[in-house]
Design a protein around this ligand. Structure first.
Ligand code: ZN
Ligand code: ZN
Length: 189
């Protein structure tokens, strides 16, 4: 559970995009919320908690409407509609439950780790010698010769495929995500 540092209730932040303001839904304490390099960092009084959102491509490292919609589409943020009786329509209020966010981040990270582990197996079994750096096609030496060392799909120059370098890169990604999960599980620090 991620609790509010002031009122100790489960922390849900009410997001006021216009004023870049993030308040505890229960006690109105204002938190800092910073987005940088796919990491959403929530902080108060020198304490913080970091969520690594592996499946989000943030735009300009800021919490714009576009980012909020992306967070909403991935299920990280909830939209609460409030009826505006005067105009017979509704307001969109954005809420971020940190507990929810934490669970989603851990689930999505585990999914990514699984698919990276599968790629790792494929790379380790691969007999191929050449690959396209932009679309990832993998060719044997003979196929590469026949193609004049150009990718069939995008005409990019084929590169010698180094299974060791490739699997090191994937391993590093896996370690990075695992480390982010561990930090998140520690909670406020
Ligand atoms: Zn609170
Ligand atoms: Zn290609």
């Amino acid at each position: 559970m991620v609790n509010c540092l002031r009122c100790n209730n489960k922390l849900t932040l009410v997001i006021d995009l216009k004023n870049s303001n993030f308040k505890c839904k229960k006690c109105d304490t204002v938190y800092d919320l910073i987005i940088k390099d796919k990491i959403v960092s929530v902080g108060l009084d020198g304490k913080s908690i970091n969520f690594f959102l592996n499946d989000i491509s943030f735009f300009n490292n800021e919490l714009s409407k576009k980012t909020i919609y992306e967070l909403y589409n991935k299920g990280y943020v909830k939209c609460i509609k409030t009826l505006n009786t005067a105009f017979n329509d509704h307001y969109n209020n954005w809420e971020l439950s940190l507990d929810n966010l934490k669970n989603n981040v851990i689930n999505n990270s585990n999914k990514t780790i699984n698919s990276l582990t599968n790629s790792l197996k494929r790379v380790n079994l691969s007999q191929a010698n050449y690959s396209c750096p932009s679309c990832g096609f993998v060719l044997s030496f003979e196929e590469a010769v026949n193609a004049n060392f150009l990718c069939n799909a995008c005409s990019e120059n084929l590169k010698i495929f180094d299974p060791v370098a490739e699997s090191n890169e994937i391993n590093n990604k896996i370690e990075y995500i695992k480390e982010k999960i561990l930090t998140l599980e520690r909670g406020w620090c």
